[in-house]
Design a protein. Structure first.
Length: 234
């Protein structure tokens, strides 16, 4: 079995920190294990919130869940949408009266017979939903719902811990870059560490640019004269 990814996540400028390569690799492993372990479920996908009115699929086990997810986004209805704000798993039984009649009607030709979705949440923050689809069973057993909820918790933890690891790594890189930039200013212009750091902070504030970007630019750029004719901080 191969896993597919929504091609829209390939735009790096539009990717959230949860869509970095490392978190998504871990999530795909969770999905692979899930389709093997959850009875009656043939496909799994993960939708992440992309704004107050948007979500998108970042990983799935095939084309069918991709299409079913996108159908829900287009219609603004379905279990993947409702699960984001629901405390309990949202289950679709096509034989029962529906709160999403258009979705269920249009999902049948795509092969869906039953579905459920569970909210993904980490440290009180709603991330999206884990979506499960059955192409064989007309109903999903309580065991399937319970196991899907367990895999949703696993996926949430995977995303959350990977995000935390990336944040710590970025913080370390940022601290190193700022320290290097302070060191360069101290050596080049005979400044104290406090004066060098204050200079970087002043440039950051005046340009409305993050301090780490100012530090990186200074480390990458050649020594240039200031508008007053002097070189370096004035």
């Amino acid at each position: 079995m191969t896993l597919t990814q929504d091609p829209r996540t390939q735009d790096d400028d539009d990717r959230s920190p949860y869509e970095a390569d490392e978190p998504l690799r871990a999530v795909r492993a969770v999905l692979l294990a899930g389709v093997e372990a959850v009875p009656e479920v043939d496909h799994l996908s993960v939708s992440l919130i992309k704004g107050p009115l948007a979500a998108r699929t970042v990983a799935s086990t095939g084309e069918v869940p991709d299409r079913l997810d996108v159908l829900q986004y287009a219609l603004a209805q379905g279990p993947a949408i409702d699960a984001i704000t629901a405390d309990d798993p949202v289950v679709v039984d096509p034989r029962a009266p529906q709160r999403w009649p258009e979705f269920v009607e249009r999902a049948r030709p795509l092969g869906m017979r039953a579905a459920l979705a569970v909210r993904l949440e980490w440290e009180g923050k709603r991330l999206g939903s884990l979506n499960a689809y059955s192409l064989r069973a007309s109903t999903l057993s309580p065991e399937a719902v319970e196991l899907a909820a367990a895999f949703a918790a696993h996926a949430s933890m995977t995303l959350g811990l990977a995000r935390r690891s990336l944040d710590l790594e970025q913080a370390l890189v940022t601290r190193q870059e700022i320290g290097q930039a302070v060191g360069v200013l101290m050596e080049r212009y005979d400044l104290t560490s406090v004066a060098a750091f204050n200079y970087l902070r002043r440039v950051s504030q005046e340009r409305n640019v993050k301090l780490r970007h100012v530090a990186a630019e200074m480390l990458a750029a050649p020594q240039r004269p200031t508008p007053t004719g002097r070189v370096g901080p004035t």
